[in-house]
Design a protein around this ligand. Sequence first.
Ligand code: ADP
Ligand code: ZN
Length: 676
Amino acid sequence: VIESVIGDRPALNPRLLSLARWVSDYYCCPLETAFRAVLPQVVRKAEMTAKTQQFARLAREVTDQELEKTGRRSPGQREVLEYLGQHGKAKVTQIARDCGVDRASLRSLEKKGLLTFFSEEVQRDPLQDEVFIATTPLALNAEQARAFAELAAALDEPAPKPFVLHGVTGSGKTEVYLQLVQGALDRGKSAILLVPEIALTPQTVERLKGRFPEVGVAVLHSHLSGGERYDEWHRINDQQARIVIGARSAVFAPLENLGLIVVDEEHENSYKQEEAPRYHGRDLAVVRGALEKCVVLLGSATPSLESIQNTLSGKYRLLRLLERVDDQKMPILRVIDMRQESQKQKGGAILSGRLAQAIERRLERREQTILFLNRRGFSTSLICHVCGYVCECPHCSVALTYHRAAARIVCHICGHVAAVPKKCPACSDPKIRYSGTGTEKVEDAVARLFPKAVVRRMDADAMTRKGAYREALSEFRLGKIDILVGTQMIAKGLHFPNVTLVGIVNADLTLHLADFRASERTFQLITQVAGRAGRGELEGEVFIQSFTPYHPAIQYARHHDFEGFREQEVEFRQQWNYPPFTHMVLITIRSPHEDRGKFSAETLERRLRENLPAGVELSQTAPAPLERSHGNFRFHLMLRTVAIARLSRHLKGVLEKLTFPEDVVVAVDVDPYQLM
Ligand code: ADP
Ligand code: ZN
């Protein structure tokens, strides 16, 4: 049923329509859900309209005598008349500001019949308050030039194969992207640059805006207001913007004549959308590239095993940048065995003696330090040392995290907040203790050790205010902060020349998750975080604290040995039949009623087994590792196969025929990244 018609021309070109169909088939979701991702909600809804603002212009020609006369009584009003004589028309707010008059003066001019008000559409520009410093292309070094030549040549191929650009941190990948965007523009084509999270990559936006001040650059991401998104989308759809930078959803940007899609930090998990349609932005970039017959470039210092495997099988082409630009050295990585350290220090060490000394030296030399820990809060749990009781969330099967600044215990899954108990809720003993370390505790420990240093914490709790992140970054860049403590927020493509020390407070956090990608993530994280050190004239040093210092992910990262890590990780994946050697599909069945959830999962399992396509492996129904979340009981079914298209079809068929009780929700995740 067509409810209403929005706009007077199709909002989707045939290639975007095909992309939506592909999403629906591959990710096993209704076509409508796929369309919802392709067309932003503000564009689908008819209510949103363009923003209008009040303007003024002269009502008629003003004679010199009138000008004189007005000027004698009010010099401000005379200025307005002259101003409009020069500019023709202007926004009322702008006239008021530039001529130093108030609205009453403007209205009085209107009464005299000299001035008319009218309203006109204006663009909401999310970056209007920002100033971008213009930059010019840099002379590429030999490695960059070689990669660039091959990429630029592909811009003229009729149907280019995708590229992986594996370039170590600081090798100048972004400069290659920018020059390639220029290459696309020179050929009359448009370009998309995908970044993992736009709020965390302000420097990339700045560089793009600074390089292409004349060409429309549109920004798409989830932090835009509805109105901003509406305007940006229409600016793209009207082909006023030729370049789009954005998070994963920007892969659907309605550009015509697309010449290039760049996926920066292609290994990042934030490209995966964790709600339906559960698509992967990088993979869709490749699919869209094939539909548009344009160049797709996947760049990273630590490419995903999936992408590297595709270069080995010949589906993608591999380009490498092995050296940092300007012969900067790679930082020196030192692994610290925290087992020995915790014997030395009473009460569990947060910072090892060597890391503390290294910070001390940086403070003396007025250089900066970054301390990284991927866990918010003060401590991870409250444990009773008498009866062993742990404060858990009443809605989720996880321990509550203690947040000292807020004086609360908080669930990091559902946000449940509770007061901090004074004694054990189970045995009433007052000896309830905090255990585990979060960023708040690190900040606290550092401030105690170095009372004179300026310490700043950057995590989701400290950066809730709009603009807080940018402010903190700019203060850090200006050298007003000595030590920055943060979560993955500070791990991404930031570039600070004066940072010579990076400490990874606990490298084990990602390592021991029940996830086949745990090693890969740890390797990536160490390499990326370490890449923040020594990006100026000064040499960088990195300390990795770990209780399992000999783990291969840590040791290969320490030696900057991507190839070594890849080889041994691939062996493990192959042996256990994990991606990239197979496709996985994870089905989560959840319900507030345990029995109903379990029964539904088992029913689905039985149906799937009937006519299961050859070569598909189906697990038995099992409780999810995160058994309870938001008050729901969760069950998992896992499928694996090489022939994913056939499995998706089978799945869709079975799901269409089954009905579940009202409070049971079934979520299908093809190529999942979140296995909890
Ligand atoms: P990556 O994206 O690989 O981490 P960047 O593109 O951020 O590396 O480059 C790191 C720094 O080196 C940036 O400040 C950039 O301006 C500079 N740079 C890049 N290419 C060159 C070059 N050819 N000559 C001089 N400086 C360069
Ligand atoms: Zn919870």
